[in-house]
Design a protein around this ligand. Structure first.
Ligand code: ADP
Ligand code: MG
Length: 139
């Protein structure tokens, strides 16, 4: 059984570059329904909590600095088989390896500044959605 929701963020570099409108348009054209959405700035500590599964990895420090470097857009998306289909839709973590036409290929700069986040499991989608949105914000 696969879940109906996934969680995404437009990362600081993509937001700063003015790609928000294009990225959201692409997401909607892809058939994803926006269940909740907000613009927000994370502290380094909050980014550290969000990415706690990566504690100890060599990129953790740079990742949390980057993710707290400016505003992001956070959103919950609804779609059949949401997690798997959205990860395919955004492309590989490294934009250079992402398929043509994917969001990371179109708007990602490099492995770190890869434009968007996508949850990696139904459990992550729930945890990440709850990290950013209260129950009344996601009905
Ligand atoms: P994904 O976002 O595709 O699920 P990961 O969960 O492995 O990828 O990593 C989280 C984020 O950390 C990536 O989206 C990217 O911004 C950054 N990242 C991952 N691996 C590296 C790396 N080797 N060097 C620099 N940044 C990385
Ligand atoms: Mg991940």
């Amino acid at each position: 059984m696969t879940g109906k929701i996934t969680f995404t963020m437009i990362k600081p570099s993509a937001f700063q570059a003015g790609y928000t409108g294009n990225i959201l348009a692409k997401i909607e054209e892809g058939g994803y329904k926006i269940k909740a959405m907000k613009k927000i700035s994370l502290t380094k500590e909050q980014a550290g909590h969000f990415y706690e599964m990566h504690i100890g990895k060599p990129f953790y420090e740079d990742l949390t600095t980057f993710m707290s470097s400016g505003p992001i857009i956070a959103a919950i998306l609804e779609h059949d088989n949401a997690v798997e289909s959205f990860r395919k839709f955004i492309g590989a973590t490294d934009p250079a390896k992402a398929e043509e036409g994917t969001i990371r290929k179109l708007y990602g700069k490099n492995l770190s500044e890869n434009a968007v986040h996508g949850s990696d499991s139904d459990e992550s989608a729930e945890r990440e959605s709850g990290f950013f949105f209260s129950l009344i914000e996601r009905t």
